[in-house]
Design a protein around this ligand. Structure first.
Ligand code: SIN
Length: 463
């Protein structure tokens, strides 16, 4: 008998849909199908693959409103953000529809007249993806589009909290003409499906967006079959405000970075590090603007901050805030909660904390919630030291109009994504990914198709 799992609306705790969890046999069957479909899909010429991706993109846009509504229902983010995410997801399909036609090889001058040397690229094979609940559309297309563009077949396991958006996106890919075995989904618990994926000899690559501990486990488990891996893992982004920064602009950008998706993003500002000379003014301005954010059901007009995805996420946020307050942090706004454990919803009101220091958990752990902790610095070297004092290295932000300060920060911050006077650098045409324990590899940009390609070197002799 099929096992089912429930998908709930995190804004109300109501059941949205029951979804079938695939059995081990069904998952292995899907893997086999993806493997068998590979040679055929890889042989489809790049211009045709590009055309099919463009048709997928068009279908996604035609279904934008309903996809966005599904996303808000299962994830909780405000409808405007979901609509934005459908566009963001589409932009990856569009970008890689074009990159499909730009998979170039090269010719290398040989050291002898009797030889010719060429290098070509070929798709690596069947790719398995595990995607997160925080961006149910964009994190899937950011992986599927380059994989399909490269000629790989693709199978995804969406998060159990938010499978519905992914299922719909894959149906649309099939409606667009992409063969059903070239892009598939399977449902189930991450640990179960993850083990089946990593132990499969047919899967040549695992691509994952999620937490660092799970990513480490997937890397370890992929070793036995020496799979390629791309890992987009946790972040703990610093946001530095220099003494010369345009404070009003910095406040707006900080709010965009910090409170998007209720702070449940890997790249959101997690430690706000402000020069002591502008600390009070910046903190007051930020708190004043944050108070205006409307918390509520993402389907209601004007909502800026939706619910926290689940109890576990909520408890982590509350524990970090309480720990900071116990250790001397000052609450400028927030520290208010609207929850109903019985019904199953958890809202955290946007919170700004001042006088935060390095003894507090919030300065060391990813929060994944709408809490902005502010600390201060005197010299720019100290700001860099605070910023880099983490095993994470995904995104960092700074605000300064002084080009020397800006270049110094760019050169010294150990992060894969840097926003200089920019709280929203993510884009399909740019490489997204982290240093240190934030991950391996890049997604997006021209870099994002490389992990789906093998390099084949040909040396022709005796000419
Ligand atoms: C993430 O939080 O993992 C992705 C955010 C983005 O693509 O901007």
């Amino acid at each position: 008998m099929a096992t089912m799992f429930n998908v709930y609306n995190p804004a109300t705790g109501e059941l949205i849909e029951e979804v079938t969890a695939h059995t081990e046999g069904e998952i292995k069957q899907a893997i086999k199908k993806g493997h068998l479909a590979f040679k055929k899909w890889a042989a489809v010429n790049a211009h045709e693959r590009s055309k099919l991706l463009r048709s997928w993109s068009q279908k996604v846009q035609e279904n934008k409103e309903s996809l966005a509504k599904t996303m808000t229902l299962e994830n909780g983010k405000p409808l405007a953000e979901s609509l934005g995410e459908v566009d963001y997801a589409t932009s990856y399909i569009d970008w890689y529809a074009e990159e499909a036609k730009r998979i170039y090889g090269r010719t290398i001058p040989a050291a002898s007249e009797s030889k010719r040397i060429t290098v070509s690229k070929q798709p690596i094979g069947l790719v398995a993806a595990i995607t997160p609940w925080n961006f149910p559309a964009a994190m899937m297309t950011r992986k599927a589009a380059p994989a399909l563009a490269a000629g790989c077949t693709f199978i995804v396991k969406p998060a159990v909290e938010t499978p519905l958006t992914t299922i719909r996106l894959i149906e649309l890919a099939h409606e667009a003409g992409i063969p059903t075995d070239a892009i598939q989904y399977v449902n189930g618990r991450g640990s179960v499906v993850g083990d089946i994926f990593t132990s499969s000899e047919f899967i040549r690559k695992i691509t994952f967006t999620g937490s660092t501990p799970v990513g480490k486990q997937l890397i370890k488990n992929s070793a036995d079959t020496v799979k390629h891996v791309t890992m987009e893992l946790g972040g703990h982004a610093p946001l530095i405000v220099a003494e010369d920064a345009d404070l009003d602009f910095a406040v707006t950008q900080t709010i965009g970075s910090k409170f998007r998706n209720a702070g449940q993003t890997c790249v959101c500002a997690n430690r706000i590090i402000v020069h002591e000379s502008v600390l009070d003014v910046f903190a007051d301005k930020l708190a004043k603007e944050v108070q205006k954010l409307k918390v509520g059901n993402g389907l209601e007009e004007g909502t800026n901050v939706g619910p926290i995805i689940n109890k576990k996420g909520y408890e982590k946020i509350v524990s970090q805030v309480n720990d900071a307050i116990e250790k001397g942090a000052q609450v400028l706004t927030g520290n208010k909660y609207d929850t109903d454990e019985e019904k199953g919803y958890y809202f955290v009101h946007p919170t700004v904390l001042k006088n935060v220091n390095s003894t507090m958990d919030i300065m060391h752990e990813e929060t994944f919630g709408p809490v902005a902790p502010i600390t201060s610095f005197k010299e720019i070297e100290e700001a860099v030291e605070i910023a880099n004092s983490t095993p994470f290295g995904l995104a960092a932000y700074f605000f300064t109009n002084n080009y020397k300060t800006g270049m110094y920060l760019h050169d010294h911050l150990d992060f894969g994504i840097i926003g200089w006077n920019d709280g929203g650098p993510s884009a399909a045409h740019a490489p997204f990914g982290g240093m240190k324990e934030s991950g391996l590899g890049r997604e997006g940009g021209i870099e994002g198709i490389e992990p789906y390609l093998e390099t084949k070197y040909l040396s022709v002799g005796n000419l």
